[in-house]
Design a protein around this ligand. Structure first.
Ligand code: NAD
Length: 294
């Protein structure tokens, strides 16, 4: 994306007026990787009572040379993986090398995936966690223990004071972490805010931090930056695509005391990339139902 080889189509996300569902499409085209398609899906709040996951999605991949459908790939598990990979990539490129304490804000379905991917990037020794519903924390604690990490449930202020890296992954609509609770040198990956109106951190934190995003257009409209931009605290031009850091055209973190913030809203190209890998592996292993389509 940052090289201009790939782009996302505008996101469609609608309340469809049935089953309280939010439904829509995220798609794009990667000319370099030859991935063309879209993810269709959304959120059905009543699914849990039916024994189903509330988030439901399917990825459609097309042959960019002919437009023929090349694969249909279930998107529920892959969305969890690609979202975890996204914050993990931000940690790899932006967190201090000596980060030891990981702060988790959120303890829902996505949180354990984020934790597993994060610990691959730094030699973390301890996880400190806070969740608005404390009864959900033991499940996250069990994963930390499985990974050999100490785990402690703490207050929001203590989390800010202790953590070197913070991941926020809640469905909050108001700030959970305030700007002056964060210590210098922290990297924070804001992953929960992916819709207009959602919010996880104090907008003043985006002014205090150097801000990166997966895609700037989404960051300022449906991401954490929507609030700081609306309040005039930062401008669109203050946000850097994390791809520029990965490609080496932006230095990323420039001092040990700098606070870096990654605003990850989730882009269609991530879904196409991960689904393409799954489809390729399925073909190589002779798995999946292959049908020739007109
Ligand atoms: P989940 O429903 O399993 O967990 C929700 C989490 O948010 C829990 O920690 C819960 O305690 C907390 N929460 C619920 N209501 C809240 C409220 N009103 N205020 C504050 N916190 C609240 O959801 P999940 O699958 O873990 O997803 C978490 C968030 O991540 C969602 O907002 C989801 O839309 C978002 N998400 C983002 C991406 C991305 O690419 N950025 C991808 C997948 C999910």
């Amino acid at each position: 994306m940052a090289r201009g080889d790939a782009y996302n189509f505008p996101v469609v996300r609608e309340a469809i007026g049935h089953a309280d569902a939010l439904y829509g499409f995220k798609g794009g085209f990667d000319r370099a990787g030859l991935a063309l398609g879209l993810k269709a899906g959304g959120y059905w709040p009543g699914n849990m009572d039916k024994g189903l996951t509330n988030h439901q999605s399917t990825v459609f991949l097309f042959d960019p040379d002919t437009g023929q459908l090349s694969a249909l790939v279930g998107g529920n598990y892959l969305t969890a993986l690609r979202t975890a990979a996204s914050s993990s990539v931000s940690i790899a490129h932006l967190a201090r090398k000596d980060a030891k304490v990981l702060g988790m804000v959120g303890a829902g379905h996505q949180s354990t995936f984020q934790l597993r991917a994060a610990v691959e990037q730094r030699a973390f020794e301890k996880v400190v966690a806070w969740n608005p519903h404390p009864d959900m924390l033991p499940r996250l604690g069990a994963v930390a223990e499985e990974l050999g990490l100490a785990f402690e449930a703490v207050s929001q202020q203590d989390l800010g004071a202790e953590a070197d890296v913070i991941i926020t992954i809640t469905s909050a609509f108001e700030p959970l972490i305030m700007a002056d609770w964060i210590k210098p040198g922290t990297h924070i990956a804001c992953m929960g805010t992916d819709t207009k109106g959602k919010q996880e951190v104090d907008p003043a934190l985006l002014k205090r931090a150097t801000v990166f995003a997966d895609e700037i257009a989404q960051s300022i409209s449906i991401g954490e930056a929507q609030h700081a931009v609306a309040q005039g605290l930062i401008a669109e031009g203050d946000i850097t695509p994390v791809g520029a850091v990965i490609n080496g055209t932006h230095p990323g973190r420039t001092s040990e005391d700098e606070i870096t913030l990654f605003d990850g809203t989730g882009v269609g190209l991530q879904d196409l990339a991960v689904a393409s890998v799954a489809a390729r592996i399925a073909r190589e292993r002779g798995l999946g139902d292959m049908a020739r389509l007109g």
